[in-house]
Design a protein around this ligand. Structure first.
Ligand code: HAM
Length: 456
């Protein structure tokens, strides 16, 4: 094979048909469990005014500071837009996550008029200009669930319960540990951040450069620092739970009680903080039980101040996002196989103009009944058509040569057994349907009884 002229950009990948089997399976579980729990689907644009993310996620988070994909349109003649520092102003950014965009949509469409809470879910691509490595891509897929409009620990518990159902449907729940924490309301956090800064006075020079900078911009992130020196220094630092208000403590205790009631296993992790600034109170992540925080398959929490920050009325919310690529990785590691929805049930081979005509409608009718049917309607010999049927791994082959046309028959070959029989042409469809079994046909009925196409 010659060297391709172009390859996928660094940090991106093609989702090939094999992986789509997993992707489809995950999306199905998400849609099913979300709908059961009253969530409705929303799709927001893949890019937004960059302010949505800068304000929402926080200007000093890694996601905004280092990882935002900025997008600009074509430059119009004589157009010069410069920001205060003289650099060209870029208006838009590709979404690094869903929450900020969904909250923007909640405000824009007056969803506070709807019965609360408003439960929304989304599935799609996100973009972060991160340094690519295993499990970390520049374009990746998330599914996201948000519950907006009410503040009550029972909502956090119900959301987490739905997630455990999805993860158990994917058969990876037992590989994961749910980490739970409460980081308090904004004023608790401001007080705590000041306490941390005070504690580090005189100790800054022992901090790695990255953490010394974070101490100024986002001191909370020191708690989940990867650097050992920081972790050692933190041993005697004031802890976040000391600065929590009674209300936050109570909120967390009640949430954990509800999780117990629902039979959800968790670990209380007082060091858990998240990489996005909008969180208040509850934060949680699902970690790989064997490797820990490095590759969380998903995380979320409460964001009671976010909607106000984006210009709406004060409105609480809680949500979660899961990384689909990381889930696929876990499923494969766990040996989870998913049904191959792309299998070829029947390959139709033919020879001669009359046979070709008949096969054209035979293939169409089979497909209409939900049989995955392929037909080599080219001019190849029967022998090479059979080889093709083998390569496509078809379960059955229907063969229609000149002789069969004359006799009004057709040959039905079981490819695995290597056996074949001649049957009346009119028998072909009912016989194939019978052999495949009605339950294996690719048809389905929508709730209103009308057949439809599969969703994205
Ligand atoms: P997050 O923790 O930034 O949270 O991302 C959620 C999940 O997306 C991660 O746990 C990970 O599995 C996956 N993920 C993140 N970045 C990458 C990447 N570069 N490559 C592959 N997978 C990645 C959020 O995004 C919040 N919006 C969650 C939320 C919803 N909070 C409230 N509502």
């Amino acid at each position: 094979m010659s060297e391709p002229l172009f390859r996928t950009p660094k940090g991106t990948h093609d989702v090939l048909p094999e992986d789509h089997q997993y992707m489809t399976y995950i999306k199905k579980a998400v849609r099913h469990r979300s709908r059961q729990a009253g969530y409705k689907r929303i799709d927001t644009p893949m890019f937004e005014y960059r302010g949505v993310f800068e304000r929402g996620i926080g200007a000093h988070t890694d996601i905004v500071e280092k990882e935002l994909f900025l997008v600009s349109g074509p430059r119009r003649k004589n157009q010069e837009v410069h920001s205060s520092n003289g650099e060209e102003e870029v208006e838009f950014a590709l979404r690094p996550e869903f929450t900020a965009g969904i909250c923007r949509a909640y405000i824009e469409h007056g969803m506070q008029q709807l019965p609360q809470p408003v439960e929304l879910y989304s599935i799609g691509q996100c973009f972060r200009y991160d340094r690519p490595q295993k499990g970390r891509y520049r374009q990746f897929h998330q599914f996201d669930l948000e519950v907006i409009g009410l503040r009550d620990p029972s909502l956090d518990a119900q959301l987490i319960y739905v997630l455990t159902k999805i993860l158990s449907d994917l058969r990876i729940l037992d590989r994961l540990t749910l980490q739970m924490n409460n980081i308090g309301m904004t004023d608790n956090r401001i007080a705590y951040m000041q306490a941390l800064r005070d504690y580090f006075i005189g100790k800054e020079r022992h901090l790695p450069e990255e953490d010394a900078r974070r101490l100024q911009t986002n001191p909370l992130r020191l708690l989940d620092s990867k650097h050992e020196d920081t972790q050692i220094l933190l041993k005697n630092a004031p802890s976040l739970d000391q600065s929590l208000s009674d209300e936050s403590r109570q909120f967390h205790a009640t949430l954990l009680e509800y999780l117990d009631e629902l039979g959800v296993a968790y670990v209380h992790n007082p060091r858990l903080v998240r990489g996005l600034d909008y969180y208040t109170q509850t934060v949680f992540e699902f970690w790989d039980s064997s490797s820990g925080a490095q590759n969380a398959i998903g995380g979320g929490g409460r964001y009671d101040g976010l909607i106000e920050l984006l210009g709406g009325n004060p409105t609480p919310g809680v949500g979660f996002a899961g990384g689909i690529e990381r889930m696929i990785w876990h499923m494969k590691e766990a040996g989870v196989t998913v049904p191959n929805k792309d299998q070829v049930d029947v390959f139709v081979a033919q020879l001669g103009p009359e046979a070709k005509k008949k096969c054209l409608s035979l293939v169409a009718q089979l497909r209409e009944l939900g049989v995955h049917a392929l037909g080599a309607l080219g001019e190849a010999s029967l022998k090479s058509q059979m080889r093709l049927a083998d390569k496509f791994e078809a379960t059955y082959t229907l063969l229609l040569g000149k002789l069969e046309v004359k006799e009004g028959t057709i040959i039905l070959r079981d490819m695995r057994a290597g056996k074949q029989k001649q049957i009346p042409f009119g028998q072909a469809i009912p016989e194939v349907v019978e052999l495949l079994g009605k339950q294996n046909l690719d048809t389905y009925v929508l709730r209103d009884g009308i057949g439809g196409v599969d969703e994205d």
